[in-house]
Design a protein around this ligand. Sequence first.
Ligand code: MN
Length: 239
Amino acid sequence: MSTLFIADIHLGNEHPEISQRFVEFLQQQAVAAETVYILGDLFEVWIGDDAVQPEHQAAIKALKQLTDVGTPVYVMHGNRDFLLGQQFEKITGCQLISDPLLIDLYGTPTLLMHGDSLCTDDGEYMQMRQQLRSPQWQQQFLGASIEQRLQVAQQYRDESRSRSQNKSQQIMDVNTNAVIGSMRQHGVTQLIHGHTHRPAVHDLKIDAQAAQRIVLGDWYSQNSSLHCDKTGCRLSNLA
Ligand code: MN
């Protein structure tokens, strides 16, 4: 038996082929797993549980089928779908988990994160993150009409895209001190996250102890997934 990790699927109307691949992945690979973790940005954008978009239906149905046969599916909020809520849990049978989350992965204490909170060099992003995660902003946003919410979400994505073009790759990557700080705080030597779309296994040292940071890739072109069992973890970039 194995535990599967994926992140940054970014389901949306711009790439219908990703939805197809995701449904196949759930039906063929995830169904054989003991547990499935989705570490953020399952959806390109999620404007509220009351506004499920047509392009999300196939994935929602496939997630429900998977949880119906008894496979636990845990979903973490990403920076695109941080508004996933209780109604999403109800229609999919998935369970939302906190970021960060500490788990016991076959005897190895492991920290799970989306990864955006580690990008502390990008001050502008961190400030925006704080705003979007505030109950006041969320209450106001969810109180707007679906049409208005779609417009605001589009605006945010356009702005983030144009801002990213002027930022270096380094600024948009995780900050090493933030990584080590989080791992030390939770007493782990293994961290799994997504967000940066740079799949890799990084070896590092924390207080002279060997540690690993495993980064999941995206699903635009990388089809990234991580399979872990009692013998270890394998990152695969072409599922
Ligand atoms: Mn992200």
